[in-house]
Design a protein around this ligand. Structure first.
Ligand SMILES: [Zn+2]
Length: 300
């Protein structure tokens, strides 16, 4: 699985967030739906693949857990809404917080014994039935996965920082970058990565996007994402570069495979358009950036 519930912070954790931690606490992750224990794997920064979470054979998902059928659900969701009278059937991110109480770089929780972890679970989640499906996140990554995987359910509520309205939905928040368009305020913008090497200056990282002006299949002017690095640590900067690299590798791998669908590399970021230059976009926090591959047939 690429998502788990962190029971200490009560937020959804995306697998890539494990890269950021100095030390990964293996006891604090649970299935977002049935709360069975999930174990983080492949999270060393030297690994070439993305991290993931898996369940233990002797502690499978509960029989009613929706993650038993997640592939089936996601296949169906590409064609239609999966909402029922009871609402959206899976836990989903409905709020992005900038909460520095959650120190995502350390994950330095008191070393919990198994029993204290159990008591946290009991205290925070006394009855599974009392949970609603709204979840909080501290990076945009799970929000991005929700947007990609459930294209017919983008009317779900989503609160992000810097936006005035309390009535935002996924559709309101996400904007695909198109050349020459004026965008107002903060959004989660997205576009395909051009995959040229990011340019690093003192306090700025410049990432080339596919949107721009094209002539005879050649990009003659590109839209650009400028990441202000002044409040991003060197390590977080490396992780941004790593995520771009892993995404590029995943996309290239599918180029030459005959039976697999081609994957395209995208970058998503919470930010805004430059006031004077429509082709330039800005962001300034690594938690606001997500690079991911998406099957070519998906609706974005
Ligand atoms: Zn489960």
């Amino acid at each position: 699985m690429d998502v788990a519930l962190n029971i200490i912070t009560n937020t959804l954790t995306a697998c890539e967030e494990l890269w950021e931690l100095n030390e990964v606490n293996k006891e604090i992750y649970r299935c977002p739906d049935c709360l069975t224990i999930l174990v983080p794997a492949s999270f060393l920064r030297t690994n070439k693949k993305r991290p993931y979470f898996f369940y233990l054979e002797n502690k499978p998902h509960s029989t009613e857990c929706s993650y038993n059928h997640i592939n089936e659900i996601e296949r169906k969701a590409q064609k239609q809404s999966i909402k029922t009278d009871g609402g959206f059937p899976l836990p989903f991110p409905s709020k992005l917080i900038l909460n520095d109480v959650v120190d995502i770089e350390t994950d330095a929780l008191p070393r919990n014994s198994q029993s204290s972890v159990q008591s946290i679970v009991k205290k925070t989640f006394p009855e599974k039935t009392s949970l609603n499906h709204h979840r909080t996140v501290t990076t945009i990554r799970n929000i991005v996965r929700q947007f990609i995987n459930f294209p017919h359910d983008r009317d779900l509520p989503l609160l992000i920082p810097f936006t005035e309205s309390q009535n935002n939905t996924y559709s309101d928040v996400f904007k695909r970058i198109k050349n020459g368009i004026n965008y107002n305020g903060y959004h989660i913008f997205y576009d395909r990565l051009y995959f040229s090497k990011p340019i690093l200056n003192d306090n700025m990282m410049e990432i080339r996007l596919c949107a721009g002006i094209w002539e005879k299949k050649r990009q003659v002017k590109s839209c650009t994402l400028l990441i202000d690095l002044s409040s991003i640590t060197p390590r977080q900067r490396e992780l941004i570069l790593k995520e771009i690299e892993v995404t590029r590798d995943e996309a290239i791998e599918t180029n030459n495979l005959e039976n697999n669908e081609r994957l395209l590399g995208y970058i998503f970021f919470l930010g805004k358009q430059d006031e004077n230059n429509k082709q330039v976009f800005h962001t300034n926090n690594h938690r606001f950036i997500s690079c991911i591959t998406v099957p070519q047939s998906y609706f974005l």
